[in-house]
Design a protein around this ligand. Structure first.
Ligand code: SF4
Ligand code: SF4
Length: 120
């Protein structure tokens, strides 16, 4: 595997941030209906949950559907999450697991396990 280039990564992050200024949730419709697997947070591994500070949020940054909240813990909006897995790939600590829909815990359960609030 090719090692990641820091300068290139920064450039990509800037491009994504610029794009995120115009991306809004639900732009492509209810993309949650496309999903066969869903992201589930493993709070013990999540940097913002562990630190209690908004230190990472790469999942929020890279999600192409803007369905991850920038909260503690990060919360997925399953009405619009299409299950692409980008958030799980970009998470530096493997704190997001992609789980088949049938085996997935409910959203409320996930938030409760992370010690968060559904309104966050
Ligand atoms: S990218 Fe991973 S570690 Fe960072 S906030 Fe999201 S779930 Fe937590
Ligand atoms: S799997 Fe992750 S990156 Fe993809 S749409 Fe859902 S929350 Fe966003």
């Amino acid at each position: 595997m090719t090692p990641r280039n820091e300068q290139y990564e920064r450039w990509i992050a800037q491009k994504i941030l610029a794009a995120r200024q115009t991306t809004t949730i639900g732009e492509a419709g209810k993309t949650g209906t496309w999903r066969t697997i869903r992201p589930v947070l493993i709070p013990e591994k999540c940097l913002v949950v562990k630190s209690g500070k908004p230190t990472c949020h790469k999942c929020w940054l890279y999600c192409p559907e803007a369905t991850v909240s920038r909260s503690i813990p990060p919360v997925f909006d399953y009405d619009y999450c299409k299950g692409c897995g980008i958030c799980a790939t970009e998470c530096p600590t493997e704190a997001i697991q992609m789980v088949p829909e049938k085996e997935a815990p409910s959203c409320a359960e996930t938030i409760a396990n992370a010690g968060g609030n559904a309104d966050a």
